[in-house]
Design a protein around this ligand. Sequence first.
Ligand SMILES: O=C(O)c1cc(C(=O)O)c2c(n1)C(=O)C(=O)c1cc(C(=O)O)[nH]c1-2
Length: 226
Amino acid sequence: MTEQFVAELRRRATIYWEKHPFQQAMLAGELAPDAIRAFVSNRWYYQASLPRKDAAIIANCPVPAVRRRWLERIAYHDGAAEGEGGMADWLALCDAVGLDRADVLDPEKVLPGVRFAVDRYSAFAREASWVAGVASSLTELFAPDLMGRRIEAFRTHYPWIDPAGLAYFEKRCVQAPREAGHALEVVLEYARTAEQRAACADALTLKCEVLWAMLDALDHAYRGHR
Ligand SMILES: O=C(O)c1cc(C(=O)O)c2c(n1)C(=O)C(=O)c1cc(C(=O)O)[nH]c1-2
């Protein structure tokens, strides 16, 4: 029963954004510099929303032990002080690809499709059950492999990117498996009924669609930039 459920969750790897044509083009070294920059700058909107998304899960969660662990995610991205943490590391990646910080931080510059997709993820965390909110983060089960391939692709195919900027992904390759392991434990413990487990699987599908839609928006806007 549990094994089947885990297999059902893992099956979402087939619709993970690793499979998207834009991501495939990135990994194959086919993207023009402005398409890479658009990926990095638009994804800032996702990065910036993560702590508030995680705060919404905490706000809905009645279990102190889960809240305590989940709080670490907010601390990770926000960092202990200005210039530290995951968000600062993402801004360092923005510098490494030659983006202007003022442009990255300007919410008007985010593609509408990216904004819609990310806002859907945040709204889901606020409105769904907290366990489904936790389950929606389980794309992180699939992320380490992709991030490893992305680091390799950036180093090999895009030598104009300052490798110092890859620290974000290098750290996430360590952090994401820890987070995904904890999220899976929580889902297995607190989603017990068939109905709750189906809601968790649906939550993971929705999250895959959020990530996919972000890349659809980028692919559409930068189609000619290969
Ligand atoms: O670079 C990637 O492909 C990738 C994917 C994902 C993901 O699959 O959700 C996350 C991240 N990175 C990431 O860096 C990150 O902090 C993160 C948090 C979450 C989440 O849903 O809470 N996903 C991801």
